[in-house]
Write a protein that binds this ligand. Sequence first.
Ligand SMILES: C[S@@+](CC[C@H](N)C(=O)[O-])C[C@H]1O[C@@H](n2cnc3c(N)ncnc32)[C@H](O)[C@@H]1O
Length: 243
Amino acid sequence: MTSGTLHILGLGPGDPELVTLKAARILGAAPVFAHFAKRGRTGHARGIAAPHLNPAAEELRFDYPFTMDLPVTDPRYFPEMGAFYDRCAETLSACLAAGQDVALLCEGDPFLYGSAMYPFDRLRHRHPVQVVPGITAMSGCWSVAEAPMVHGDDTLLVLPATMDSDSLRTRLQQADAAVVMKLGRHLPRLRGILDELGLTARALYVERGTMEGGHAVPLAGRDDSPAPYFSLLLIPGRQDPRC
Ligand SMILES: C[S@@+](CC[C@H](N)C(=O)[O-])C[C@H]1O[C@@H](n2cnc3c(N)ncnc32)[C@H](O)[C@@H]1O
């Protein structure tokens, strides 16, 4: 039996019109689609994919064993997540070995903080794999915010707010432009660091970028309540482009 292909599809930041033609074509033909989701939720990638799915396709849903409820520092975190990704990879592998193509759905781009990287690592030498890039959350967000980010030889730093404060401070003080993802409960701590570095006035907060009800505001005008999952900060680079 010839193996099916695992198509790892980036579906963009939320606006269904930001799905690529290639991802839409593969979704429309795939006999099986798979996606990760938080227990009890639809799954963001599943929602974006909905209008493009083959109506006869079989759905494989991988519920995370935990999300915010177990911190990364807990000794059980990595072994349990590793075992979860092993099980996902074996489920995908069984379909592929039976000759079925599978579309694995991912928000944004699969290789930027995407869960699909873990099955990819486990299956890339066992089955044919095709990765279809997607528009990242950050590019969706800086378009919504109308914020040009990097000019000329500016550098762009991308980092998660989950890092410890010293690492965040050290890296941010060297950056021309930055994107901070995974804000959650870290927003007040991050604001403190940006205040210290004199960066708050430049920072923009973007929530649900490109999705319905999404918006961008100056960080200075945003309160310190925890940020929802779909939010990030933009710190645009050079304010005085030379031409
Ligand atoms: C696990 S990462 C996935 C990133 C995704 N693979 C990408 O290419 O952008 C999830 C984080 O992306 C950011 N994010 C994803 N979609 C977003 C959106 N539409 N608006 C704002 N932030 C978003 C949030 O910071 C969220 O915590």
